[in-house]
Design a protein around this ligand. Structure first.
Ligand code: EPU
Length: 423
């Protein structure tokens, strides 16, 4: 078993480099299936979800060459549709992008149902509705998604009933090679969407409006290879902003797009955290006591649900009553039970968490119940007195590139240990 052990509290200072964005990297890598000729993808984060995605593509016949720690060359010419291994596909959410990519390339798709973090029910009805709009017959009666477009894919108008990142990206993948024009309304506006659109555009796709709620895709007959660098990960950057605020230190966070972080910056400033914006870096420090606030998670440009557990830790440290409304998922508060073990006073009622602070976190043995929850445990452990042990860290490693190394380098007493299993 692997664990992360943190001895806190620690006042951190120094510089952290942000890697490429997990959620666009996965869409872009699967999107390479649509491309004729090799692509060079740069600024890939060193995370388990990327490794898994590359393993899936390799198993399907892609030829992948590692150029350096953060770049690969990928050629999908020999990929066979419908051959993604179910046991790998079920380990991550983003494997649903295979459906859009296979449909676009082969006019049919077969993919096992995706896995991912457990936030309650996570339907894919909007993805299915989008594929149907393009002329696809979809069957999800087994434990896989099977699609075929008997008359080819045809551009269509699609109005999403909910704002969905995955649905928007999947429809973009399916539509770029379809005949005619597709218009996506009520599209997600996350930076991941823009990153995928920029990648596809570099390969010759005709996409306009990405980053707004209306995206127009004019189908083209082929996509060609390109060299593309993934944009920086706003959630990784936001996580380190909260690390700086929670430990009362000062971090310079490099390789960020400050605009992507505006909702996080604004909430942290409301809490009394000082943030200096540079062109592609932020300096974050906290010198005064934290103030309680209210917040609601929403699709971009609102406060991201993927930062909700991390900011909850900071709200526990603020004196007074704070409130978080989870506006995206049905149940993203499972981690609060773990924070309570460290002394947090959090009550959850439906999609509302009420937090009474200030909490002085104390040492405990806790679990990373999902990816961002795991980041929250590390933040609480950095602020806590004593030795905190975090289990189930594979969730954290799915989405954070070398978090232990990066935190050690700015002064944290943190290590990853492997404990032999005892029968
Ligand atoms: N939804 C539907 N029907 C659909 C699709 C979504 O009802 O067909 C609902 C979901 O149940 C949810 C809401 O719409 O309540 C938003 O879901 P969305 O489709 O936007 O989420 P996702 O594409 O499954 C991606 C990220 C998540 C991130 C969300 C929201 C990937 C691989 N995952 O998920 O990332 O929370 O967008 O920004 O891109 C993470 O990185 O920790 C993570 C969970």
């Amino acid at each position: 078993m692997e664990k992360i052990i943190v001895n806190g509290p620690g006042r951190l200072s120094g510089t952290v480099e942000i890697n490429g964005m997990k959620n666009s990297a996965l869409g872009i890598l699967f999107g390479c299936i649509l491309v004729e000729g090799p692509c060079i993808i740069e600024n890939l984060p060193g995370i388990k979800d990327v490794t898994l995605c590359l393993d899936i593509l390799a198993a399907m016949g892609a030829s992948i060459t590692r150029l350096n720690d953060t770049s690969i060359e990928i050629d999908t010419q020999n990929v066979r549709g419908g051959t993604s291994p179910d046991e790998l596909v079920r380990k991550m959410r983003a494997s649903y992008y295979l459906v859009g990519a296979e449909l676009g390339r082969f006019g049919c798709a077969r993919v096992g149902l995706p896995g991912g973090c457990d936030f309650g029910v996570r339907p894919i009805d909007q993805h299915i509705k989008a594929f149907q709009a393009l002329g696809t017959v979809v069957d999800t009666s087994g434990d896989e998604i099977v699609c075929r477009a008997p008359n080819g894919l045809h551009g269509a108008n699609m109005f999403f009933d909910v704002v969905t990142v995955g649905g928007t990206m999947n429809l973009m993948l399916a539509a770029v090679l379809a005949e005619g024009t597709t218009v996506i309304e009520n599209a997600a506006r996350e930076p991941h969407i823009v990153d995928l659109a920029n990648f596809l555009g570099s390969c010759g796709a005709e996409i306009s409006g990405a980053g707004t709620d209306t995206i127009k895709i004019k189908g083209v007959s082929r996509l060609h290879g390109c060299t593309y660098a993934i944009a920086p990960d706003m959630i990784e950057a936001g996580t380190y902003m909260i690390v700086a605020a929670a430990t009362g230190g000062e971090l310079r966070i490099n390789n960020v797009i400050p605009k992507h972080l505006e909702s996080i910056t604004s909430k942290l400033e409301e809490m009394g955290v000082q943030i200096e914006e540079l062109d592609d870096a932020l300096i974050v420090r906290r010198e005064q006591p934290l103030k309680p606030i209210k917040l609601k998670t929403r699709p971009y440009p609102g406060f991201p649900t993927d930062m909700q557990p991390q900011i909850a830790v900071l709200l526990c440290m603020a004196g007074g009553k704070s409130e978080i409304i989870e506006g995206v998922y049905e149940n993203r508060f499972r981690y609060t039970e773990e924070l309570r073990r460290m002394g947090a006073d959090i009550a959850v009622d439906g999609n509302v968490a009420t937090i009474n602070g200030p909490t002085e976190f104390h040492q405990a043995r806790v679990r990373a119940v999902d990816l961002r929850a795991g980041a929250a445990m590390i933040i609480a452990a950095l602020a806590a007195c004593g030795r905190t042990e975090i289990e189930d860290i594979y969730h954290i490693e799915r989405g954070y590139d070398d978090i232990v190394g990066k935190l050690s380098a700015v002064g944290a007493d943190i290590r990853r240990v492997v404990i032999p299993d005892v029968d």
